[in-house]
Design a protein around this ligand. Structure first.
Ligand code: VGL
Ligand code: ZN
Length: 198
């Protein structure tokens, strides 16, 4: 059966020197490039925010990065400004193989953040990825990239909920780990039936 690799947010801002650097974020590039040959389809995702996005602390008076806020769809962590559309921080890491079948952008609606590659953080607004995969008959998914405990985990949980067969290639992921978020994400993924490949 066809196997699909979904590469989550391997962008400059999530790598060392970037605005929301994930420790060791650039270490995922080599293993991901190497994995690509083993898959029938490759999808890349790109966090893609407009200036003044609601997930940026700077968009909320008196708020600092990593504090939380209540938005219409629930609690949202506030981030440093990152992955602004068209800027260098939003580009893929320069060494990432970008010869993918599809690049899906997310987080472009000013009022909603989107961690998952499938749904925005309101858990209702689709990105279109589910339809693309189903149209192509792609059912077996492996996820890798950044960050394990946010965009990778949210994508894996949505994929499992939608009935896809989901594996997370943990050695090709790195985490932010904000106040226990990694432990929580790992527990939730295991409970949801996501296969964790070390
Ligand atoms: C991400 C926080 C904000 C991620 C994206 O790719 O995990 N995290 N935007
Ligand atoms: Zn973001």
């Amino acid at each position: 059966m066809s196997e699909t690799l979904i590469v989550i947010d391997v962008q400059n801002d999530f790598c060392p020197g970037g605005a929301l650097a994930v420790p060791g974020g650039d270490e995922v590039v080599a293993p991901i490039n190497a994995m690509m040959a083993d898959f029938d389809a490759v999808v890349l995702t790109q966090d893609w925010h407009p200036h003044g996005h609601s997930s940026f602390a700077a968009s909320h008076e008196g708020k600092a990065p990593f504090e939380t806020i209540e938005l219409s769809y629930g609690t949202q962590v506030l981030w440093p400004e990152h992955c602004v559309q068209g800027e260098k921080g939003a580009d893929f890491h320069g060494d990432l193989n970008t010869q993918a079948d599809l690049i899906i952008r997310k987080g472009f609606r000013p009022a909603i953040d989107s961690y998952s590659a499938f749904f925005e953080n309101d858990q209702k607004t689709p990105t279109g990825l589910e339809g693309y995969l189903r149209d192509r008959g792609l059912q077996k998914l492996t996820l890798a990239g950044l960050a394990t405990d946010f965009c990778v985990a949210f994508s894996a949980l949505d994929a499992a909920r939608l009935g896809f067969d989901v594996t997370v290639a943990l050695s090709a992921c790195r985490a932010i780990d904000l106040e226990g978020s990694l432990d929580k994400a790992m527990t939730r993924m295991k409970e949801a039936g996501v296969r964790i490949k070390i």
